[in-house]
Every structure is written in structure tokens, then in C-alpha cells.
Design a protein around this ligand. Structure first.
Ligand SMILES: C[S@@+](CC[C@H](N)C(=O)[O-])C[C@H]1O[C@@H](n2cnc3c(N)ncnc32)[C@H](O)[C@@H]1O
Length: 357
């Protein structure tokens, strides 16, 4: 069979210095590979495994410069070894990173087939990543729907513009030390931190592992004291027994839920009788504003006050109402800069208040 020596490469220039670029790429790659079922043990003796098969073994690990990996892309042809390299070159902008896969062997012995594989598996996914649907989805996930990465971690650690919402929710909940609060979609745990000041106990879930880690770090003391637990889980299936909590809250999450009635029914299930529930809705008036900009806006579901109330009723809640609160006052209290206060002007809200009877 003919021996091909095809090289596939892609490159990117950015302003990070090579050492930082190296660390960042390794961290992000490790996380993404894990999500798609591939384990990347980083480091000079690192390995890349898919299921139990060793796809790659690190041959050179030079932080800030180069990673070279012996690569086996066919478990059924273990002697077929190619090379994958990451090259980090200082450039005028900062760093140019190049990813190369070299020495395609005899695994695709026909060049028409090679063109087919390249089009299907490399070029089309590459172009899809550059097209609005996938790019907008990635950005929505990264920033809000399942936040991850250093920028989101920095934002959700102390989300100043969310504190006015937290204030409204906490004032409606009027927490007492005997309360046991559930927060669904806790992000970086900033509202939990405020809530715990009441002396209550709390639990929270989020489906972003980055956010769960951050929220745990931000609330380490309460966790150690046994007052708080934070789990990676989906709003669709809460990992708690029936009637566990005295109250529940969610903010910035409702519009992302594919089945809000089912999710609210789950929240109701884990509330004890008399349990209070407060949620920030997703106001259609915010579509396309700084509170819900594109590409998030076209991926969010927005609900009118009536729709929001009906979702809660369909989920089995009673004493349902939707209230608006003057957010500007709260924004001032939490230290939102003067020039941003107009963002909080207007009717505010909508906040859903409900009870499990
Ligand atoms: C816009 S952020 C709001 C975070 C936080 N509540 C705040 O206001 O700062 C939405 C959060 O909800 C989480 N989330 C969205 N959909 C979820 C779901 N179905 N299950 C669990 N968490 C979810 C995201 O991972 C993200 O942390």
C-alpha cells in the first residue's frame, strides 16, 4: 500500500506570552478532551487515552515551546505511528501556536478517500466552528449557559451587576437560621455567600464544573462547617430527596431551561410543605439589551409575567405571583457605578414568588 506523508496543520496568533499560551492551551484542551471522552495526562510523561487505548504518548514537553506526541489513531493498527505537535513561537503579537499532525501513514491508502476524510472530519467541522450557529452556541455556553474558562470565572466570582437581583431574592426569602435553602444554577456562588449570612444552611447545584469549583472555593468556610454543599447536577434532576428544603431560589437560569415546568416541578418536589420559592424570570423586554445580549438573546426563552406565573402553576406551585421591584435602589446599595445605574431603571424584575402548599 502507498505510504502517505500528509501533514495537517492549523495555527493561531494571539497576544498571550508563550508561557501563558502554553499553560492556557493545555488547560483548555484537557477540559474539552475530557468532555468528549478522551483523557489527557499533561506533562513530560503524559499520555492521551480514549477508553483504555493509548492514543498518544508525550515524547517532548517543553513548556512555552513545544509538545510532541507519538500518536496512534487506529487501535486496530497499533504499529501505525504518526506525530502530533504543538509549537509555540514568539511572534510580534505575542505567540503563534501551530498544531500539526504529520506523517499520515497507510491507513487511508486512496487519495479520493483521503479527500473525503479531510472534508468530512477536518474541513467541515472547522467551518462549522466558524459559522454563527456553533459559534453562538459556544459563546452562550462559555459566558452564561454553562460558564467556563478564566474570563467567566473572574466574572462569576463577584458578579456586581447580579447583586441587585440577589438583594431582591434574599429580601423576598427573608431567610432565618432554621432555613435550608436550595439554589439552582448557583454560578460562582456569590448569592450563596450573601444568603449564608442569615445563619441558614444551604445546598446548590450547577451543571458547569467550573462554576461548581468556583462556588466551592468562594464558600469554603461554610462547606467546612457543614452548612453548605454544592453539587454538579442538572436542574432537570435534582440530587436530593423529596421535601428536603424550606426554600429555594434561582436567578439567571430560567430562560436557559429547555423544560421550565419540569425543572420547577423538580424544585417543588424537593421543597417541604410551606416551602417558599423565588426566581428571577427572563423578561422579554431585556431581549437584545446588555442584560441579555446576542448571541445569548436568541438562545434564551423569554416569558411574560403571565407565562411565568403559569409555568409555576403548571409545576404545582400555589400562591403564585410575579412582582417587579425598584432595582435602581438595590444597584446603588451594592455599589454599581453611577454611569451604569440607568441599566437598572424602570419597572425591574420580574420576580416569581411561589409556595408549595
Ligand atoms: C447566567 S448564569 C447565573 C449564575 C448565578 N445564578 C448568578 O446570577 O450569578 C446561569 C447559571 O446557571 C447554570 N445552569 C444553566 N442551566 C442549567 C441547568 N439546566 N442545570 C444546572 N445549572 C444550569 C449555568 O451553568 C450558570 O452557572
Amino acid at each position: 500500500m502507498k505510504k502517505n506523508s500528509t501533514t495537517i496543520s492549523t495555527s493561531l496568533s494571539f497576544s498571550l506570552r508563550p508561557g501563558v499560551a502554553f499553560k492556557t492551551i493545555v488547560e483548555e484542551l484537557k477540559r474539552r478532551l475530557e468532555q468528549i471522552g478522551i483523557q489527557f495526562e499533561a506533562g513530560p510523561h503524559g499520555r492521551i487515552t480514549e477508553n483504555t487505548f493509548e492514543v498518544g504518548r508525550v515524547k517532548a514537553w517543553m513548556p512555552g515551546k513545544r509538545i510532541s506526541i507519538d500518536w496512534h489513531q487506529a487501535s486496530w493498527e497499533p504499529d501505525e505511528v504518526t506525530t502530533v505537535e504543538f509549537l509555540f513561537k514568539p511572534s510580534r503579537r505575542g505567540t503563534e501556536i501551530r498544531l500539526e499532525h504529520r506523517q499520515w501513514g497507510r491507513l487511508i491508502d486512496n487519495d479520493t478517500e483521503l479527500a473525503g476524510w479531510f472534508s468530512f472530519e477536518i474541513a467541515a467541522p472547522f467551518l462549522r466552528a466558524m459559522a454563527p450557529q456553533a459559534f453562538g452556541d459556544w459563546m452562550t455556553d462559555r459566558k452564561a449557559r454553562r460558564p467556563s474558562g478564566p474570563q467567566s470565572r473572574a466574572i462569576y466570582r463577584d458578579p456586581l451587576f447580579h447583586y441587585p437581583n440577589f438583594r431582591v431574592i434574599l429580601s423576598e426569602l427573608a431567610l432565618k437560621s432554621e432555613d435550608y435553602l436550595l439554589e439552582v444554577g448557583c454560578g460562582g456562588g456569590a448569592m450563596l455567600k450573601e444568603a449564608l449570612r442569615s445563619g441558614c444552611r444551604a445546598a446548590a447545584i450547577d451543571h458547569s464544573s467550573d462554576m461548581v469549583q468556583l462556588a466551592r472555593k468562594q464558600n469554603g468556610e461554610a462547606i467546612t462547617a457543614g452548612r453548605l454543599s454544592i453539587l454538579e447536577a442538572s436542574a432537570a434532576k435534582l440530587p436530593f430527596p423529596d421535601s428536603t428544603f424550606t426554600c429555594a431560589a434561582t436567578t439567571g437560569v430560567l430562560g436557559f431551561l429547555s423544560d421550565p415546568v419540569a425543572a420547577l416541578a423538580e424544585i417543588r418536589r424537593v421543597l417541604g410543605s410551606g416551602g417558599r420559592f423565588v426566581a428571577l424570570g427572563s423578561d422579554p423586554a431585556t431581549r437584545g439589551t446588555p442584560a441579555a445580549p446576542e448571541p445569548m438573546a436568541s438562545r434564551l426563552s423569554f416569558y411574560t409575567d403571565d407565562e411565568l406565573g403559569n409555568i409555576a402553576r403548571m409545576a404545582g406551585f400555589s400562591e403564585v405571583s410575579v412582582v417587579r421591584r425598584d432595582m435602581e435602589q438595590f444597584a446603588r446599595e451594592v455599589g454599581v457605578p453611577k454611569e451604569a445605574l440607568p441599566l437598572f431603571a424602570g419597572p425591574g424584575g420580574p420576580f416569581l414568588l411561589a409556595k408549595k402548599s
